[in-house]
Design a protein around this ligand. Structure first.
Ligand code: PLP
Length: 219
């Protein structure tokens, strides 16, 4: 099927409250244009340099999400235009995003990454660490960022029961943490679910799915 057909097929399955992020990492600009021409405006990229290059040449009404692991020293490259940063996992990184957002006279929306997988290689915070960040004095002073939700990645396995447990765990943490409301923190988004598990993620409460290979083909 074409990119356009893949997109229509996936969108027809998504409830209205679920946002589709088309994950276009490693894919050529022509593929993104095909998705854009089929009506897709939200794209997710993992690598800063690639994101910057694609942003330069593609239409300006695209909303760019950064979904990879962001290094502090690279925040300044995406701060002028990024619309959502998914994988924030430290106060230090939030402080750098705030600093670069201030320079650009913007407020940058962020999701905190929660560690839900059973894998050493995945990044993320636990519930207690999230609570500590949001309750801290340093966090309250960050006027140019806004925490709008949580993001998580399940373990890369076929065991649906385990994946389901991990998604349910993220939803529980979301429900607990969303009680905490501050000027710069109002949780409404749960970013979970990829090509292989997005239906399950939606059943478990996802409001944002990040789908790459089912739209653009394998990488
Ligand atoms: C690559 C990637 C995706 C998309 O994965 P697919 O299996 O191709 O849908 C989603 N989220 C993150 C963080 C990724 O790195």
């Amino acid at each position: 099927m074409s990119i356009k057909e893949n997109l229509h097929h996936i969108k027809s399955q998504l409830p209205n409250h679920v946002t589709l992020v088309a994950v276009s990492k490693t894919k050529p600009v022509a593929d993104l244009m095909e998705a854009y021409n089929a009506g897709q405006l939200v794209f997710g990229e993992n690598y800063v340099q690639e994101l910057v290059e694609k942003h330069e040449v593609l239409p300006k009404d695209i909303q760019w999400h950064f979904i990879g692991h962001l290094q502090s020293r690279k925040v300044k490259l995406i701060a002028p235009f990024v619309s959502l940063i998914h994988g924030v996992d430290s106060l230090k990184l939030l402080e750098e995003i705030n600093k670069q957002a201030t320079k650009n006279n913007r407020i940058i929306d962020c999701l905190l990454q929660v560690y839900i997988a059973d894998e050493e290689t995945k990044f993320g915070l636990n519930e207690q660490e999230i609570n500590e960040i949001i309750a801290s004095k340093e966090f309250k002073e960050l006027n140019n960022i806004k925490i709008v939700g949580l993001m998580g990645m399940a373990t890369f396995i076929d065991n649906k029961d385990q994946i389901k447990k991990e998604f349910q765990n993220l939803k529980t943490i979301f429900d607990n943490v969303s009680q905490l409301k501050t000027e710069n923190c109002l949780l409404k988004t749960i970013s979970m679910g990829m090509s292989g598990d997005y239906q399950l993620a939606i059943e478990c409460g996802s409001t944002m799915v990040r789908i790459g290979s089912s739209i653009f083909g394998g990488r």
